[in-house]
Design a protein around this ligand. Structure first.
Ligand code: ZN
Length: 670
């Protein structure tokens, strides 16, 4: 079968295969920006946002946020090296791995987030390189032609049912035109025939998501007999479609374009291209559930609405909106979100809602993002069974009233819960406190937090001190004191970043990075070496290669790409690797290749193992220092865990030392 992604310029990445030491290494994103960010940000600040840390000597200690631990604080932050480690679950890494793990982000998201916080400007992604830009332009052009194609069919006799549907929903021809709405014909090959006739290949059309391919290889139109909503990015370029079925039993009701080179639903907001200006002018954005809501509101004179298109509202989207305004109103449909049920039992409902379409309400997550973004996020509850577009088109004043009634998330949760409860019942009171207090603890601003406590206290008729003394079982975060110097470890006492980095031994991180590059450089050259190395390691009672061997987040990602490339069966591992490497890792990949350019193929396996064992030994040595240090300052009930880990580490180092001293006895067969 032919390559399905012709628009990606493969040849450009083949540098990885033919790389030699004389090729100038591009100075792009990756390690330079990564190092710069690490220098500017204090890992203690970042970790303290979610973990209560106490200072012990130069380091900080707390309860690990990634595993269940209550008794021994096994989670340690080392400001000098900018690293963290949990001796309970054996997780560890740098500021990037911490943020990635905490937020469930990929490396690029963590990089963008931390770069913004650090004030580091990232160089444009390589995706913007000329070749790729050209390929993307071809996609953008194709999508624009597709908008015209579907729009044309809306005004043919076959499109009458679609047009009737839009008119019935109250849209005028002018609005339909303004949003470029269309109709996908009731046929298997209408779009395919039309666009192949214009010189596009099936591969182009598959890459654009206009066609789809069945397992048996058959290719046909993705969108059939549907109302088409073109989705544009903030710059107004057509990037995808949302398509509503016209068949009353049609499944799914809405079918979206798949993820393509230019369409990433999680980063887009429907309607933002039109709404941007109005959002700035009104200093408010209204977030609604669907395409029709955005369009209806626009027609009714409320052009400041956008929709996250069925995905849970994520921080990237909120961050985008924050560039326009900090005032955000979430218009929630009580039916669809099942709000009362959700709030009554947040955990269960969160699971249930993950499967439901439309909005997913996660008050705690939203609050955290609101605090982080310094946004003002409110919730407006819609009358049951009515959509925003219906309301606004029928009675604009009613819509204004709904917006004006929007409440801060916590008050919304509090009142929604209280409406269903008998607050004379002590059990109900404590249930409500249990739900709402953790949310109040999430609020960063002490004045706001105090206000919410007062409101909760008035609502429950329980005094504030009692509320404050009450702790929800799982959460330990202190109210009010978040991010203030009074946090036990005072910022004033803490050495500044400049002092610590001056005092820190810089040799170790540099050595770790250089050893990591040697291992990865060889794996990138010959991914199958992984299996040979694992066989040797197992024969010597050692753990196989794993991501945790590499202290820096970019290196872990490179390793994971190698793993994935050797575990798929569609392509040669090297070809797969070339396609798989995220653009932001290309420069670092080339450094790894440069670090191993002088070796010839026979030296690969011994060199890889040698670098890996040294890398592990450096890490064990570091862990030993850290553990000894912890033992010095540990409370009595904390020592057993540390001692146990110390013994493990010493045994491990013995193994490594022996292997390195005796030389690597490699199996003869290569
Ligand atoms: Zn842990």
């Amino acid at each position: 079968m032919r390559n399905k992604r012709p628009l990606r310029d493969i040849a450009r990445f083949s540098a990885i295969r033919v790389y030699n030491a004389t090729t100038p290494s591009p100075t792009r994103v990756t390690m330079d920006a990564v190092e710069e960010i690490k220098n500017r940000l204090d890992i203690v600040d970042i970790v303290s946002e979610t973990v209560d840390l106490r200072r012990t000597g130069k380091n900080y200690i707390g309860f690990c946020p990634f595993h269940d631990n209550k008794r021994t604080p096994a989670f340690v932050v080392f400001p000098e090296t900018g690293t963290w480690r949990c001796f309970g679950c054996n997780e560890g890494g740098d500021i990037f791995t911490f943020v990635m793990k905490r937020e469930g982000w990929d490396f690029r998201q963590a990089l963008e987030h931390l770069a913004e916080r650090a004030g580091v400007t990232l160089e444009p992604r390589r995706a913007e390189d000329a070749a790729e830009r050209e390929a993307h332009q071809r996609l953008y052009d194709l999508m624009e032609e597709a908008v015209a194609f579907y729009r044309h069919h809306l005004h043919t006799p076959a499109g009458k049912q679609a047009l009737d549907y839009l008119h019935k929903r109250g849209l005028t021809d002018e609005t339909i035109e303004a949003f470029g709405l269309g109709y996908a014909p009731h046929a298997w090959e209408a779009a395919r025939k039309y666009f192949t006739g214009k010189g596009y290949t099936d591969d182009d059309l598959l890459a654009a998501g206009l066609l789809t391919q069945r397992d048996d290889g058959r290719i046909y139109d993705r969108f059939r007999h549907r109302v088409m909503f073109p989705i544009r990015d903030a710059r107004g370029r057509a990037v995808g479609f949302g398509a509503r079925t016209l068949d009353p039993d049609g499944i799914p009701k809405y079918l979206n374009s798949p993820q393509t080179e230019i369409f990433d639903k999680s980063r887009l907001l429907y309607g933002l291209d039109k709404a941007g200006k109005a959002i700035r002018q009104r200093d408010q954005v209204v977030i609604v559930e669907g395409y029709m809501d955005v369009i209806g509101l626009y027609q009714a004179g409320f052009p400041n609405a956008v929709s996250p298109m069925g995905v849970a509202l994520n921080e990237g989207q909120l961050r985008t909106l924050k560039r326009y305004t900090r005032h955000m109103v979430l218009a929630l449909d009580p039916d669809a979100a099942g709000i009362r049920a959700t709030l009554r039992s947040m955990e269960v409902a969160r699971e249930a809602l993950r499967e439901a379409s439309g909005f997913r309400l996660d008050p705690q997550g939203l609050l955290r993002q609101e605090s982080r973004l310094k946004a003002d996020l409110r919730v407006a509850l819609l009358p049951e069974g009515q959509d925003p577009d219906e309301i606004a088109l029928a009675d604009p004043a009613a819509w204004e009233r709904i917006l004006a009634s929007a409440q801060p998330i916590i008050l919304f949760v509090m009142h929604t819960l209280a409406a269903d409860m008998d607050l004379d019942d002590p059990k109900a009171k404590s249930d409500l406190a249990e739900q709402v207090l953790p949310l109040i603890y999430e609020v960063a601003n002490p004045i706001e937090q105090k206000t919410y406590l007062q409101k909760l206290s008035a609502l429950l008729r329980v005094d504030e001190d009692t509320l404050l003394a009450w702790r929800p079982p799982q959460r330990r975060r202190k109210p009010v004191q978040r991010r203030t110097p009074a946090r036990g470890a005072s910022t004033a006492q803490r050495p500044t970043k400049a002092q610590t980095s001056a005092a820190a031994p810089s040799r170790t991180p540099a050595l770790l990075a250089s050893l990591s590059r040697q291992v990865l450089g060889l794996l990138l050259r010959a991914p199958h070496l992984r299996f040979r190395a694992d066989r040797w390691l197992r024969a010597h009672e050692m753990q196989p290669l794993r991501a945790a061997d590499f202290p820096a987040a970019p290196h872990r990602l490179l390793f994971e790409a190698v793993l994935a490339a050797t575990e798929q069966e569609d392509r040669e591992p090297q070809d797969d690797l070339v396609l798989r490497l995220p653009t932001e890792l290309h420069a670092e990949a080339e450094r790894c290749l440069a670090a191993t350019a002088a070796l010839n193929a026979e030296q690969y396996t011994p060199a890889l193992l040698h670098a890996l064992l040294r890398l592990r030994r450096e890490q064990v040595n570091r862990a030993l220092d850290e553990l000894r240090f912890l033992l010095e300052s540990a409370a009595e009930d904390e020592t057993p865990l540390y001692q146990e880990r110390l013994i493990e580490a010493i045994r491990h180092r013995g193994l490594l030392d022996r292997a390195l001293k005796e030389g690597l006895h490699l199996p003869a067969a290569h």
